[in-house]
Design a protein around this ligand. Sequence first.
Ligand code: MRU
Length: 341
Amino acid sequence: MQTVDHVRLSEDEEELVILDQTQLPNRQVYLRLRTREELYRAIKELQIRGAPAIGIFAGFAMYVLARQYPREGFLARFREDADYLNSSRPTAVNLSWALRRMTHAAEESGGDLAALRSECQAILEEDIAMCTAISEHGLSLLKEGDGVLTHCNAGPIATSRYGTAIGPILLAQEKGIRLRAYCDETRPLLQGARLTSWELSRAGVDTTLLCDNMAATVMSQGKIQFCFVGCDRVAMNGDAANKIGTYGVAILAKHFNIPFYVLGPTSIIDRSCPTGKGIPVELRDEEEIRSKWYREPMAPKGVKCFNPAFDVTDHSLIAGIITEKGICRPPYTESLKALFE
Ligand code: MRU
């Protein structure tokens, strides 16, 4: 698979170098980030995005920042910057998870830079292994010729390698198994159009881009055998938060009797969250709906908009949750709990 180096340290380790995802697919622009404000903005403005990639980014970001702290007051600065980065986006649980891991490593080692370096590297390497395992478990469900619909982007640039939801499709392609991928464009920020259809088509996968309101039509035509989506946080009863519009896809899939799977690493399961009601949903700038991406505004100036970035799919609509440890089936209160025993 052709990989894109989308999060890495600069050679002198003074900066974090990321592929600016807001510029894709037209331009591959790399940003060099060093200050806490630049790092915060990169998450907030979706230059880096996708729950696992945000976690990997946060690990390296804390290492880059830690290198700038004087010895005196090191841990206080570390905790303050971790809290600041954590406030950039609320839904993807990997952000707080990775920041907690880095803070723990800082506390345990008394602020040792080598320990912090190895912790952020571990977060990256674990993600690569998790994506590979998730892709294999997902692929075990598929056969030659199947049509798979996905929403938003849960590919290599949202993770480390392969991705979660589109990992099985990319792995199948590598193994010479031909599938058909359908990507929802994913209004308002077009992650499906700009990112997923780019990642899949450059890998040579038979890829069809759809507007979000076309899923029912392709399902009714028998073109979709599976829905595979990523997730930003999963509650212990199996309710799963993912990009806005995912819930609607799950309801349609139920209507057409198409199995709907959620794919994500176990780090995405929030053990402190019994049901989806406890998942905080990010509200974003209304301009993303009114005017972003278009040469002219496409709605009247100042018209009221509602712009939640995520929705929570009810567990009753989910056929399985595919993690690196295998496929969890309902009842999720039991199968998710068993993952941690
Ligand atoms: O707002 P985004 O682009 O960060 O939302 C991303 C998603 O909803 C993804 O599906 C999810 O983070 C999983 S990425 C493997």
